[in-house]
Write a protein that binds this ligand. Structure first.
Ligand code: SF4
Ligand code: F3S
Length: 420
């Protein structure tokens, strides 16, 4: 466990005047975000309450700083005050007072004295075209990444750039993701441009509670956040199924909130929990705000999902007659074979098969039961899981779809296709 000398989180909360009720409420929100049954709220509260301040080292390389902005500007007081403020941020160049050699020495010292005990967060891509493209304190980003990531208990790569190079991979520095620079390290990728800080905090909470990382998909993204198709959670889905689409920006359909598929929405080919967790303290998300999803949390989305207003291709008719369930199944079917070949977790495979079964039942007009709630490592929760604690609330949107419905790796998208 990541214990360092100092106060417990519970002591810290008391000092800050955070009530027990507010703390338990936060733990409940985290359990829902993690797609855990509500019964886990108590376990999370007990674990977080007794944990001593874990050290966090946040290193930033080539990006726009949007991921730091995303987490620092989180308006959610529970998130900001209960978890982020209680971490011992030993290094974050954007917010720390120290600078230069003094700051670098602090990072190096923490790595040395807390080897294997601290958490690392990496933001931004690491240049592969030459060490001179990104140096900090005279050291290359590659060198620093190796030092910080290989000695960490676990690393969270936040945002598209830290995951797979993001937009930076197409620039002169040919940026790479952390997992490519430090292969074999224990890394969780929180894709997105930027990351949704609610998911990053949820990973931290999970790790501090269960002393392990949450279940991951084949891209090392947490299944609780990337396990379900956006299309299956979208409030405009009924319009898709009814064949009612926005034809032009600002038309009557747009004003009425019709489906954005024809405007290039990548929701049928992308997985993420933004329809449920949402953004800006749960205020809204892109599709609700009237813009198509561009699949910003999908692999290499800048290339694979461009042009952002191009339609997801090769849909054999769409709307009420051929739904995106059918589209998704084609992708999922191919992916399931690939997963079997690579021996990827039976849990994930099981979810794919459940999805197929549910879709088949749905097509035959049979009732489809809610997906079971997941517990740690993708197992059912301690209460047996009634499904009610799904991040989506009623469980219905989590229709057994899977992160493996991603188009990019298993089914590379044609340039300009938008992927499918
Ligand atoms: Fe929602 Fe996009 Fe799917 Fe339409 S295509 S239902 S807007 S996710
Ligand atoms: Fe990104 Fe699409 Fe969500 S663009 S923020 S994955 S709706």
């Amino acid at each position: 466990m990541l214990l360092t000398s100092g106060e417990t989180l519970e002591e810290r909360l008391a000092q800050r005047g955070v009530s027990r009720r507010a703390f338990l409420n936060f733990c409940g929100v985290m359990a829902a975000t993690l797609a855990l049954p509500a019964a886990y709220r108590t376990q999370i509260a007990e674990a977080l309450g007794s944990v001593r301040r874990p050290v966090l080292i946040w290193r930033q390389f080539q990006d726009c700083a949007g991921n730091s902005e995303s987490i620092l500007r989180s308006p959610h007081p529970d998130v900001a005050e209960i978890v982020l403020d209680t971490l011992a941020w030993n290094y974050h160049e954007l917010i720390m007072a120290g600078s230069g050699e003094q700051a670098e020495a602090q990072s190096t010292e923490a790595v040395k004295t807390l080897k294997g005990k601290y958490l690392a967060v990496i933001e931004g891509a690491i240049p592969s075209a030459g060490d001179g493209y990104c140096t900090i304190g005279g050291r290359s980003a590659t060198d620093i990444a190796h030092e910080v990531v290989s000695n960490a208990a676990a690393t969270i790569a936040v945002g598209a750039c830290a995951w797979d190079g993001g937009l930076v991979q197409y620039g002169p520095t040919v940026g790479q993701g952390v997992q490519d620079v430090v292969p074999g390290a224990k890394i969780v990728n929180i894709g997105g441009c930027p990351h949704n800080s609610a998911n990053t905090v949820a990973v931290l909470v999970y790790y501090l509670t269960f002393n392990e990382l949450p279940a991951l998909d084949q891209y090392n993204r947490p299944l609780f956040a990337y396990g379900d198709l956006i299309h299956d959670q979208c409030e405009r889905r009924a319009y898709y199924d009814a064949g009612l689409y926005v034809e032009q920006w600002g038309d009557e359909g747009h004003r009425k909130g019709y489906c954005l598929y024809k405007m290039g929405c990548k929701g049928p080919a992308a997985t993420y929990n933004c329809p449920n967790v949402r953004w800006n303290d749960g205020t809204s998300w892109p599709v609700e705000a009237g813009h198509n999803c561009i699949a910003c949390a999908s692999p290499n989305f800048w290339g694979n999902m461009s042009p952002f207003y191009g339609r997801v291709p090769n849909v054999p008719g769409f709307g009420a007659d051929t739904t995106a369930e059918t589209v998704g199944l084609a992708v999922i079917g191919a992916t399931a074979v690939a997963m079997a070949a690579h021996g990827i977790g039976k849990n994930v495979q099981g979810r794919v098969l459940r999805h197929r079964d549910r879709a088949a039942r749905s097509e035959r007009g049979l009732d489809v039961a809610p997906t079971e709630a997941r517990g740690p490592s993708g197992q059912p929760g301690p209460s047996g899981g009634d499904g009610s604690a799904q991040a989506g609330g009623d469980g219905a949107p989590q229709a057994g779809t899977d992160a493996t419905a991603q188009p990019s790796t298993d089914q590379p998208a044609e340039p300009g296709s938008g992927g499918n």
